[in-house]
Design a protein around this ligand. Structure first.
Ligand code: 57M
Length: 359
């Protein structure tokens, strides 16, 4: 909105020319989202506490988690609010990619909200049926993927990290891949969200990394220099990534150990869905498996544990899945697991950025 209101005034006040620059607007989108979290966070946490939106804790998990009972959840509402308001303020709203990503943020957030609400009102950890939840996610992701497939200028080729000339064209198969990435990332972030700050840390590194890729992919000169696909309009997604980065930091302020609030499914599904969508829009689809490697590791730890548990009649590979519980049960203090996972996610982000040159 500020872009549309203030940039046209640059003919009278030349300093308003600055609103033209994506870099300027990205920085202030980040700061705006961070400030929104700082200002509204304490109020929202009190509100959630007074509404008794406290997390029920499963008694079959690590014993250290029992003391977390009553910690308010659904802090993701704060993240969504900060990202959406900041993006609406700073982005160029004529770019449809911005609206598609906001649709995923709000749509997946709504599914997560219903899930959280059901868990809290029933005071158990089940929430809405897994099938209904998945169906809702697939409908939204499929809608986005079909729109992109039909959009003139948006190609159905996939960028393979480390290979600059290998760009397989999947045709309509791209719709399937894109839907899988969006839904898969949402659920992977959800699985990771089991220790204070564990999910939001790698989410922040992912948004920072995709901020760069969105800026590069949206710039005709830089994209051609780096030999990555040029996608008109994705530069504006750098602003949304900045807003998500700022909101993530603002949320971490309250979610860091010992957490004053959890993000809930409303937060994890919405952030994960947004990350998947941005990976698709910037045509760096497969790269997300590297940038978001922590989410991939967490998900595979569950797949292997559950698979082995079934075929071996109750034997386990890890002490408990997802893998962060394994380390807790080995005796690592919770902050140690969290910070080590953050360190790995930063390393993975650097590796992902290096693919721009290692090709
Ligand atoms: C949700 N959520 C936390 C909070 C958060 C298939 C199976 C492996 C699925 C998995 C599962 O349900 N994962 C998704 C993970 C929960 O947090 C809430 O959920 C939201 C995110 N969806 O925002 O609202 C608990 O996580 C802890 N937490 C923090 N800090 C945070 O910032 O400490 C969360 C955020 C909170 C809090 O304790 O209550 C969760 O874990 O429920 N299931 C599991 O993770 C379970 N694993 C399991 O059953 N493993 C089995 C195999 C055979 C399937 C095994 O390895 O033996 C464990 N989950 C828990 N206890 N809580 C089992 C034990």
């Amino acid at each position: 909105m500020l872009y549309h209101l203030l940039y046209p005034l640059h003919t009278t006040f030349s300093s308003f020319n600055v609103f033209r620059y994506i870099t300027f607007r990205t920085i202030y989108a980040t700061v705006t989202a961070l400030i929104i979290c700082f200002v509204i966070g304490p109020w929202l946490i009190k509100k959630l506490q007074s509404l008794q939106i406290g997390q029920p804790i499963r008694d079959d998990g690590p014993q250290t988690h029992l003391s977390k009972k009553g910690t308010p959840t659904m802090g993701g509402i704060l993240i969504i609010f900060a990202v959406v308001v900041s993006t609406l303020l700073w982005a160029n709203l004529t770019v449809d990619y911005v609206w598609l990503t906001i649709l995923v943020i709000v749509g997946f957030g709504l599914i997560g909200f219903l899930d959280d609400y059901k868990k809290l009102s029933g005071q158990n950890s089940r929430g809405i049926s897994g099938k209904v939840r998945l169906a809702g996610e697939v409908v939204i992701a499929l809608f986005i993927s079909i729109i992109l497939y039909l959009k003139p200028g948006f190609t159905s080729t996939v960028t393979i990290p480390f290979f600059k000339t290998v760009l397989p064209d999947l045709g309509w198969g791209y719709i399937v891949l894109s839907t899988f990435i969006i839904v898969g990332t949402a659920n992977a972030v959800n699985l990771t969200d089991g220790l204070d700050g564990l999910a939001i840390g790698p989410t922040i590194t992912c948004f920072m990394t995709y901020l760069l890729f969105a800026y590069f992919a949206g710039n005709i000169k830089i994209s051609s220099y780096l030999q990555i696909p040029y996608v008109v309009g994705t530069g504006e997604l750098a602003i949304l990534c900045g807003a998500a980065f700022g909101a993530g930091l603002g949320f971490l302020w309250f979610n860091t150990y010992p957490a004053q609030v959890f993000m809930g499914d409303v937060g994890s599904l919405s952030l994960g869905g947004a990350l998947g969508t941005i990976a698709v829009l910037t045509k760096q689809e497969i790269l997300l498996a590297i940038v978001g490697g922590i989410f991939v590791i967490e998900t595979f730890s569950v797949i292997f544990q559950v698979g082995w548990f079934k075929v071996s009649n109750g034997k386990r590979i890890f002490r408990m899945a997802p893998i962060h519980h394994h380390f807790e049960l080995k005796g690592w203090a919770e902050p140690k697991v969290i910070v080590r996972f953050w360190i790995i996610s930063i390393l993975l982000a650097l590796l992902a950025i290096s693919t721009l040159k290692l090709r």
